[in-house]
Design a protein around this ligand. Structure first.
Ligand code: GMT
Length: 376
């Protein structure tokens, strides 16, 4: 198949999923065309089936807001015609679903058919999508998508509750390529981060409010009073000043290592012991899955799609959103019982295997075939 993929190329789960999906499809022989405003950060390999089409928005003084959507729609039309796309797959509804619809209509006027699939990733429905100023556009473009997928059952339910669309939403979960996580770390050594007797807690996110990174610091503050440990923070974002302030108040900064944005965090993950994910909402929790793929149990909130991944009392523990004391209690209990900890590590890995690309990729391929066959 000739597949067009539109996504956010920046750090973030939806871009990671879109890029890894495109790479896996290319390895299976499909031709994959990424259409984005900059090179997706994980698209850093040569493959004869992978193509990248940059969307360049010129800066005209007339515009206070540059018309990105118009340029993106024109680019999709161009790529669809000259690369003979069979299907377009857009990740994150806003604004990609409505742009896909516009491109589809332009192509239709030129007697070219291009079905499009919208994959919902979470905040496009649970946060941004709740803003009434987007409602008519999201509703319309979802209803006109040739198929919609969501990354968890929880997000599917949220979508159908928020938008009374006639279209069904098919659940295709996040995935990882499990074999990529099996090789021991080469460049990241545990001894550079912690003493032999210390444990390592880790958190990865884009440091937005929804991630509740302050709760991570509060969990760490309680745990380190019982168990010698370090905290590694991966990522960065708008909550950084609040986090810096809190670690100074708690007097924990010297035991927190901030490594910033890392394109592929598997090496740093592989030296950690426990992953902390206290999010306010989380449609799936791709970073937790990445942690589980290197046998790290997860201490999380019990919100959104997280319970579909993290099994309470087996692969980790879940607590109510904001209950950092309970999260700390669970972390201490887990790290104080070596037998249980080792069992949880194995359980986490077994659970991660269920989300291997080998299991998930055929779901997308089947859907593409069905949508192309159904026509528009
Ligand atoms: O986590 C983020 O805020 C980034 C966001 C994105 O779209 O890049 O992630 C969402 O999509 C990921 C991939 O499908 C999911 O694993 C994350 O759970 C989801 N984030 C939220 O729902 C907050």
């Amino acid at each position: 198949m000739n597949i067009g993929i539109v996504c956010y190329p920046t750090f973030g789960g939806s871009g990671v999923v879109a890029t890894e999906l495109g790479i896996a499809l290319a390895h299976k022989g499909h031709k994959v065309h990424f259409i984005t405003y900059s090179q997706p950060f994980r698209l850093n390999q040569f493959n004869e089936n992978l193509f990248y089409h940059e969307v360049n928005v010129n800066d005209y003084p007339l515009f206070d807001y540059q018309p990105y959507e118009s340029v993106l729609a024109s680019k999709i039309v161009d790529v669809a015609i000259y690369e003979r796309l069979d299907i377009l797959h857009v990740h994150y509804a806003i604004p990609h679903a409505s742009v896909a619809y516009l491109a589809q209509q332009i192509l239709k006027s030129r007697k070219i058919k291009l079905p499009y699939i919208t994959t919902l990733h979470g905040t496009d429905i649970t946060l941004v999508g709740q803003d009434p100023s987007f409602e008519p556009v999201i509703f319309f473009s979802l209803n006109n998508s040739n198929a919609i997928t969501s990354v968890s059952e929880s997000l599917r339910k949220d979508t159908l509750k928020t938008f009374k669309i006639a279209n069904d939403v098919k659940v295709i979960p996040n995935f990882i390529k499990i074999e990529d996580y099996q090789h021991p770390t080469e460049t990241c050594h545990r001894k550079n981060f912690a003493a032999p007797h210390e444990r390592i807690l880790i958190h990865i996110s884009n440091f937005r409010k929804v991630k509740r990174v302050e709760d991570v610091l509060r969990v760490f503050d309680i745990v380190r009073k019982e168990i010698p440990c370090k905290l590694i923070l991966v990522g960065d974002g708008p909550e950084r000043p609040a986090i810096d302030k809190l670690c100074r108040e708690l007097n924990t900064c010297s035991d927190i290592i901030s490594v910033g944005k890392i394109a592929n965090p598997k090496e740093v993950l592989s030296i950690a012991d426990v992953f902390i994910l206290p999010s306010e909402t989380e449609s799936f929790g791709l970073s937790a899955l990445e942690a589980m793929a290197v046998k790290i149990p997860v201490i999380s909130s019990n919100t959104g799609g997280i319970p579909e991944l993290n099994i309470h009392g087996k692969t980790g523990y879940m607590s109510k959103v904001g209950d950092y004391k309970d999260m700390a209690k669970n972390t201490i209990a887990l790290l104080s019982d070596e037998k249980k900890f080792q069992q949880f590590r194995e359980n986490a890995f077994e659970q991660a295997k269920k989300f291997d690309i080998e299991v998930i990729l055929p779901m997308y391929e089947k859907l593409y075939e069905e949508v192309i066959k159904a026509g528009i």
